[in-house]
Design a protein around this ligand. Structure first.
Ligand SMILES: Cc1cc2nc3c(=O)[nH]c(=O)nc-3n(C[C@H](O)[C@H](O)[C@H](O)COP(=O)(O)OP(=O)(O)OC[C@H]3O[C@@H](n4cnc5c(N)ncnc54)[C@H](O)[C@@H]3O)c2cc1C
Length: 258
């Protein structure tokens, strides 16, 4: 293991944070229990006082075929998984297009687009050195109880990369804000949309400092330049409290605040 200084104002997708020492884990390292693991920081909001952090090094950015299985390391970026699937004519990973992050982040969040979620195509996950079948892991909409750090995952290979599906999924993304964000700030409540609720209370486009509830997609908290953690947190709390008061709905953050 070794330390690396990561500047979260550049590394995180929402471009908020400061240079921070992160412990980089190598292949046979013991995983410390007093540190929070991050992946590509596409779903994170880093405060000025984050917990101690760690990250899987490139030792875990691997992808290999073993019989009819694809074994992928948890530090593998989604874009590279998609390219590999395309090159080897494998289907199932088309939804990874424009879903930024690493495999580890996808597993922890059960990330997905519409009906396509990573748990739909998974076979098993290696957690604390043990392979666990997905039937034994509680998971649902944007959550999975992994119970530890995932280092690898296995997917049964299915041939036939679906170029048309990829095209459709890319089209869905044309209405997404272009400014830095961490994707959807809140999970959608049952039978409703967080974006609709934010719009209904008049917060679509609401700005504080350089942070704003996007004018294009109300559930995206965007950074217009020099956005700060405090301004992002203010807008998140404002939306949560107002929606509870006016709509009686408890919203749950999809973004992890550290
Ligand atoms: C523009 C944009 C669009 C997005 N669109 C979508 C979308 O359509 N659908 C969607 O689901 N998400 C979306 N997201 C959110 C993000 O892409 C996903 O949540 C992604 O899976 C995060 O991966 P990451 O590696 O960046 O994880 P991070 O943000 O670094 O971490 C997210 C969580 O995963 C945990 N984690 C990371 N690696 C591991 C590991 N190896 N083992 C255990 N836990 C781990 C972390 O502890 C943290 O709790 C979007 C984000 C952006 C910026």
């Amino acid at each position: 293991m070794f330390f690396k200084t990561i500047d979260f104002s550049k590394y995180s997708s929402i471009k908020i944070g400061q240079p921070t020492e992160v412990l980089m884990l190598e292949l046979n390292d013991m995983i410390p229990s007093d540190r929070y693991l991050i992946g590509g920081a596409n779903n994170l909001l880093i405060s000025p006082t984050p917990p101690l952090l760690m990250m899987l090094s490139k030792d875990f950015a691997t992808i290999e075929q073993e019989d009819d299985m694809l074994i992928i390391g948890a530090a593998m970026p989604t874009g590279r998984i998609l390219s590999y699937a395309k090159k080897h004519d494998i289907t199932g990973f088309e939804f990874c297009s424009k879903l930024p992050g690493t495999l580890g982040g996808m597993l922890a969040m059960n990330a997905g687009v519409k009906a396509y979620e990573v748990f739909n195509i998974l076979h098993s996950i290696k957690i604390k050195g043990e392979w666990r079948k997905i039937q034994d892991i509680e998971h649902g909409y944007r959550f999975a109880k992994l119970g530890g750090i995932a280092t690898h995952a296995k997917f049964k290979i299915k041939k036939g990369f679906d170029q048309a599906l990829l095209g459709n999924l890319l089209n869905l993304r044309t209405n997404q804000p272009r400014e830095p964000s961490a994707g959807s700030a809140f999970k959608n409540p049952k039978n409703d949309y967080a974006g609709r609720l934010i719009e209904s209370i008049g917060l679509k486009g609401k700005r504080r400092g350089d942070m704003q509830w996007s004018e294009i997609h109300a559930n995206f908290l965007v950074n217009l330049g020099n956005g700060s953690f405090e301004d992002a947190k203010y807008l998140i709390d404002l939306a949560k409290e107002t929606i509870l008061k006016e709509c009686g709905v408890v919203l749950q953050e999809e973004i992890k605040l550290l």
